[in-house]
Design a protein around this ligand. Structure first.
Ligand code: ZN
Length: 253
């Protein structure tokens, strides 16, 4: 069985000590594809560097709402240049985060829209980070349609957001959050048709149960797949195959 972890951060310092080993390990464990996600200029460059070194790793580039200090014209140009590389399969993670930052909403929206424009000019999909900002995120996507669509990453278990996201043609990516003791997971997972579902770890963060609190890595994407199999009454093999094909499709691999 092979798995596609649609969202990882092997560009994070938490892997500085053992990056080479962990990347070999995940591949040997059947995680034969992942996208290393950028979130500011420096980490986007590093994500691409990693992707160029490993055949089975792809990358994305973008400035996240939590890295808004990176937002200026020069850096946007830099993101656009990086994004032209074949190994960059999406613009992201980008979006809105009112959980960490409530006082710069307009600036966050502006940055989000400018990066949607970059994605559209290069015909690449986007990876959306949204936290406590569902209504504004959906409104922006309606007013600024994304040509190649994209992914709601680590999707908040909010059935309204999922409905709206699906209506806009987006994929929904579930992470370890569906394994936490929480009644919302089931409803959220059942809301997403098989052809729109993806799995991810968002590692090194969001470690699934029963390893919560420790550093995460792509091997644990299997726990997310198992939970989906359980909720949707599918075999693990069916979940691995479906999510793998979906990820290849949205990232055009
Ligand atoms: Zn992330």
């Amino acid at each position: 069985m092979e798995f596609f972890d649609s969202h990882s951060h092997y560009n994070d310092e938490k892997y500085d000590e053992d990056r080479k080993n962990i990347l070999k390990e995940i591949y040997n464990e059947g995680i034969t594809r992942t996208v290393c996600i950028g979130y500011n200029v420096e980490k986007s460059k590093f994500a691409l560097e990693i992707a160029k070194e490993y055949d089975y790793i792809y990358a994305s580039c973008g400035i996240s709402p939590n890295d808004i200090e990176d937002y200026n014209e020069e850096n946007l140009k830099e993101i656009e240049n990086l994004a032209k590389d074949n190994k960059i399969v999406a613009i992201g993670e980008i979006g809105l985060d009112y959980y960490w930052n409530k006082d710069n909403k307009e600036k966050q929206k502006e940055l989000f829209i400018k990066q949607i424009e970059i994605a559209n000019s290069l015909r690449k999909p986007i990876i959306i980070h949204t936290r406590d900002a569902v209504a504004d995120t959906i409104q922006i996507l309606k007013e600024h349609p994304v040509l190649e669509k994209g992914i709601f990453h680590c999707c908040p278990l909010n059935p309204e957001l999922i409905k709206d996201g699906l209506k806009l043609g987006f994929y929904i990516s579930f992470s370890g959050n569906i394994t936490f003791k929480n009644a919302k997971s089931e409803r959220a997972v059942l809301e997403v048709p098989n052809e729109k579902i993806l799995i991810e770890t968002d590692c090194p963060y969001l470690t699934p149960e029963p390893f919560r609190g420790r550093r995460n890595d792509s091997k644990k994407v299997k726990l997310v797949a198992e939970k989906i199999a359980e909720i949707k009454n599918m075999t693990l093999e069916e979940v691995s195959k479906t999510t793998y094909e979906n990820a290849n499709k949205i990232f055009k691999i």
